[in-house]
Design a protein around this ligand. Structure first.
Ligand code: ATP
Ligand code: MG
Length: 793
């Protein structure tokens, strides 16, 4: 007769079908992106429930993110209804938290243990490094934290590490001391860090076999998605759970002292191990830096002898053009099994390439294109924008808000909503608008100065009585009727605000230098102790906050360049527009912004991969890491394989980051994509040949709502005849680096597009050297020497 789960198999291709219905102790599904791995896993769970082979409580399904867990649970519920309740579908971390909450008392913790996130553990490690004066031996909190984390992911602890380390080396001894104390401190605080959640659960199972058996009896079907990104501790956890029940019990001693070995537990139906299904794609392994180990996949057949292996090769997500690009890129990684994804949906649209002058230009392109897509019928919720690092979201957010594109940040907080950014802006308001009591109240005790509500009320009362502003009241600390300590704190704040005012808003008639806003902001953050407090704080993510503040200073410097006469008031007007225009979400959803790491497993109709530049993707930190560039290539592969119909690859020629502007090079990955797959709207060569970066950047910043035509990119600068069409389909210029091309005024040069010309002057330094050239026919141009397609003749 018909299988009770027949309807679940409709539309599946033969290997997919097999992966759903196969029953046996171990199943490995390996396949490329978008081939239905997650779908198959989901249907397999539904099938087990539908056929009543499993109770919901017997299923443990592990996903990589909580979001993915939610989606899988919902999908299973759609397929089998109420029966879906009671399953454990969760991440490794959440599953372990649930187990530890039940069992913590077995080994010296209580149910109410706290979880230290990485900011918390960083703060603790920082304190210990200081206490042990370990910094003198080259230990930094960051490096110590990552070493400890790596060791924990390998299930090593301070004690076992000490046994293998060279303890004659004082630096090693310091590290072991810090590690040991760190673990003690966690235990005393009844706390687990992220890595402990997994590692301590493994420890629990190994130290208490009866506890492990409870879970082995309970979870009869274990399924793991994204198996390529499991680390050793996670591997060990799965291994513990899939051992035969009772396998750690001591052997039974028979009479006469002879040991009788047990029968093979696999033959005993009451002791049979749980069935294990794992799915993964070694080309999408992107967490090696956190200890993920591809060998967990490649050695699966050794660890689970007799495991069934299913390969899926048909992709159901993307068009052939997108897949061909993905195949071409990942084909450059050596040491991998060559597998080619294919689809039967057809070639689809070409990939679109775009190069902006700056990240604003790039962001404006994305915003305009989103608008076009939307008018073409693609919903905002079906569009995603990816970047390599979180701080890249800032330029996108600014432009999106101005262009009224609703968006949400996945796995992060919007830049201008971050508390530290709001604080910094409140400081600027306190300077520029002393009457704004709200701003003053916001910052009066940030960083902590011991100024509480009572004092704030005293200031407010004094201001009311004297009919002066709250700000002026601060200047009369001694008259407020508060204690001497408080008076000193208020007087200090008053003095810093006054000093910043002098910097940013000099007396009438005197022109503030363009950098006044940035300088004033830095002064405020330094002299109020705001940045120092973050640096010293125990609060989570203090370091990221410092980085965000640096980014805000970079925004102010950029503002100065574009608005040489702009004051702090103009600056605030500009950025407050960004923050006030928030919450634009409407019924049709919003565009998703996220890092490529966060994008794993997701899919969208249209995907923008932004910042496709050297030093971003591949990221510069990867250069020195063994296997680093290959991992970056996998990350890029993950990014582009999220797209279903439309894929955009964009970059900027200059990028302001961490307080400075640098010249960017197109990513090597761009050149790995066959040129006929990309349609360049504007290629790196075009951008450079136009010059006029300053005015272009200014234009991008000043532009208002969504553009009304597709020709806004530089049509103010480019003669019509050489505009977009002429450069359409031009491949990106070969990565060019004229880094040490020596030019002086009087030199003759030849430019790929403009022909010959004479150098009038050279300004700027290093990567930012600019040649002012008078071309024989094309007229005067400014060129960035490092990247311009020029040579000396
Ligand atoms: P990733 O490697 O990115 O995690 P994946 O292998 O898990 O991808 P899924 O997300 O499961 O792939 O599937 C990709 C898309 O293909 C989904 O939209 C899914 O609904 C669709 N899909 C999978 N199998 C089929 C099929 N047999 N027929 C039609 N669509 C399918
Ligand atoms: Mg998947």
């Amino acid at each position: 007769g018909a299988r009770p789960d027949e309807d679940l198999l409709v539309g599946l291709n033969p290997p997919q079908r097999e992966a759903v219905i196969y029953r046996g102790p171990a199943l490995l599904i390996i396949a490329g992106a978008g081939s239905g791995k997650t779908s198959v896993l989901t249907r397999r769970v539904a099938s087990l429930l539908r056929t009543k082979e499993a109770w919901p409580s017997q299923i443990l399904a592990i996903t990589f993110t909580n979001k993915a867990a939610g989606e899988m649970r919902e999908r299973v519920a759609q397929l089998v209804g109420d029966r879906a309740q009671g399953m454990w579908i969760s991440t490794f971390h959440s599953a372990c938290v649930r187990i530890l909450r039940r069992e913590a008392e077995q080994f010296g913790f209580t149910k109410s243990f706290t979880i230290y996130d990485s900011g918390d553990s960083r703060a603790l490690i920082k304190r210990l490094v200081k206490e042990h004066e370990a910094d003198a031996f080259g230990l930094t909190p960051a490096s110590t934290q990552s070493r400890i984390s790596k060791l924990k992911n390998e299930l090593s602890d301070a004690e076992s590490y000490a046994r293998s380390a060279n303890m004659n080396d004082p630096a090693e001894r310091k590290f072991v001391d810090v590690f040991t104390d760190y673990q003690r401190a966690l235990q005393r605080a009844n706390a687990f860090d992220f890595d402990d959640l997994i590692g301590q659960t493994v420890y629990l199972f190994r130290a208490f076999p009866q506890v492990a058996d409870t879970y082995r009896r309970r979870f009869r079907h274990i399924l793991v998605d994204e198996y390529q990104d499991t680390n050793h501790a996670q591997y060990a956890l799965i291994h513990e759970l899939t051992r035969p029940i009772g396998s750690d019990a001591p052997p039974i001693a028979a009479g006469g002292g002879m040991m009788i070995f047990e029968p093979d537990p696999a033959d005993d139906p009451d002791r049979a191990p749980a069935s294990l299904t794992v799915v993964g794609d070694s080309d999408q392994s992107i967490y090696a830096f956190r200890g993920a180990d591809i060998r967990n996949i490649s050695e699966f057949e050794r660890d689970y002898p007799g495991a069934k292996v299913v390969l899926l090769e048909q992709n159901y997500r993307s068009t052939q053009n997108i897949l061909s690009a993905a195949n071409a890129v990942i084909g450059n990684n050596f040491d991998r099994k060559d597998k080619k994804l294919w689809t039967d949906v057809g070639a689809g649209e070409k990939i679109v390439g775009f190069t902006g002058y700056s990240q604003h230009d790039e962001a404006q392109f994305v915003a305009d294109e989103v608008d076009t897509l939307r008018r073409g019928g693609i919903d905002y919720s079906q569009i995603a924008v990816f970047y390599r690092t979180n701080s890249q979201s800032r330029a996108l957010e600014e432009i999106f808000i101005r262009s009224a594109v609703p968006y949400k940040i996945m796995g992060g907080t919007k830049f201008y909503e971050r508390a530290e950014i709001k604080d910094a802006l409140a400081y600027l308001v306190a300077v520029s608008n002393p009457a704004d009591e709200m701003a003053l109240r916001r910052i009066i005790n940030r960083p902590r100065r011991g100024i509480g509500d009572v004092t704030v009320e005293a200031i407010s009362r004094y201001a009311a009585n004297e009919q002066i502003t709250f700000r002026d009241a601060l200047a009369n600390a001694s008259a407020l009727g508060v204690g001497p300590k408080m008076q000193a704190a208020i007087a200090h704040l008053d003095a810093v605000l006054a000093e910043a005012t002098d910097v940013m808003l000099p007396a009438t008639g005197e022109l503030a230098p363009p950098t006044a806003v940035a300088d004033g902001l830095q002064l405020l953050l330094a002299k109020t102790g705001y940045t120092d407090a973050l640096r010293a704080s125990r609060d989570a993510q203090d370091e990221a906050r410092v980085e965000n503040l640096d980014e805000l200073v970079a925004v102010a410097r950029e503002f100065a360049r574009n608005n040489p006469e702009g004051t702090v008031i103009d600056f605030l007007a500009e950025v407050q527009l960004v923050s006030d225009a928030d919450d634009l979400e409407d019924a049709s959803g919003s565009v998703s912004l996220m890092t490529m790491h966060t994008a794993k497993g997701l899919e969208y109709d249209a995907v923008f991969v932004t910042g496709v530049e050297e030093d971003l993707i591949p990221h510069r930190i990867s250069a020195g890491e063994p296997g680093g560039p290959q991992e970056e290539r996998r990350l890029f592969y993950v990014g582009i394989t999220r797209a279903r119909k439309r894929l955009y690859l964009s970059l900027a020629m200059t990028r302001a980051q961490f307080g400075e502007i640098s010249v960017a090079m197109p990513s090597r990955f761009l050149q790995e994509i066959p040129t006929d797959l990309i349609h360049w709207r504007q290629s790196p060569g075009d951008v450079n040949s136009r010059g006029g970066m300053q005015s272009r950047a200014l234009n991008a910043r000043r532009s208002g709502g969504p553009s009304s035509s597709g020709t806004r990119y530089g049509d103010d600068l480019v003669p019509k005849s050489t505009s977009i069409d002429r450069f359409a389909n031009r491949i990106p210029a070969k990565v060019r680096d004229n880094g040490d091309l020596q030019l002086a005024s009087g030199d003759r040069i030849k430019h790929d597009d403009f022909g010959e010309g004479r150098v009038d002057a050279v300004t700027g330094e290093g990567a930012k050297r600019v040649a002012h050239v008078r071309f024989d026919t094309a007229g005067p141009k400014k060129l960035l020497i490092k990247i311009a397609p020029i040579e000396k003749i």
